[in-house]
Design a protein around this ligand. Structure first.
Ligand code: ZN
Ligand code: ZN
Length: 193
């Protein structure tokens, strides 16, 4: 048995009582609902939108809590899903990753599968840092070797004799320093040569 809907006539306007706030409101203040009384929802638009807002906030808080509680499982699940892409089982991955990153030997960092884009085959297991470096240098062996050579070459004696200023924090920088951070003017570089 549906709840009795109270209506009243206000001049020529029919008004209906909202079942939540109990206020009489004209029909335009209710959303359309074919099965409802006068073809309108039993909650007024305001109550309905407030309820939706509350539910959305509750939902957000709940899913945030759920994420915090299940963070580790989610990370693991995503890893397994990624392994699926590489046609690897979790066991095969653990076996491949047992000695850590195949380049630097890092164990702690998150390890990932490295694959050759040309052949589509798995090349090996790399830590996050090595994988990023490889990508940033375009997987170019010459560039990677040159960078290693650069580091070796720019040893203490070869350093450009200028000590980098330690800035305490962004706030302590003067406006002039801030202005100079992004772009070096020609006059600055001339001093170095
Ligand atoms: Zn209402
Ligand atoms: Zn590494």
């Amino acid at each position: 048995m549906p709840k009795r809907v109270e209506t009243r006539l206000n001049g020529v306007n029919v008004e209906k009582k909202c079942s939540v706030c109990n206020e009489f409101k004209s029909l335009v203040e209710f959303h359309f609902q074919a099965s409802g009384f006068y073809g309108t929802h039993s909650w007024c638009r305001k109550c309905l939108s407030e309820d939706r807002y509350k539910k959305r906030e509750e939902y957000r808080a709940r899913s945030k809590r759920w994420y915090q509680d299940n963070k580790e499982r989610i990370v693991e699940y995503n890893q397994i899903r990624k392994l699926d892409k590489y046609n690897l089982t979790e066991r095969e991955f653990r076996e491949l990753a047992r000695n850590g990153c195949m380049s630097c030997g890092e164990m702690k960092d998150q390890l990932c599968v490295d694959h050759n884009y040309n052949t589509g085959k798995i090349r090996g297991i790399l830590c996050h840092g090595c994988n990023l470096a490889l990508g940033n240098l375009g997987e170019n062996i010459e560039k990677i070797l040159k960078l290693a050579h650069y580091l070796e070459d720019r040893s203490m004696e070869n350093d450009i004799n200028r000590t980098v200023k330690e800035l305490d924090s962004r706030r302590d920088r003067t406006d002039e320093e801030k202005g100079n951070l992004g772009s070096f003017r020609k006059s600055d570089t001339r001093e170095d040569s």
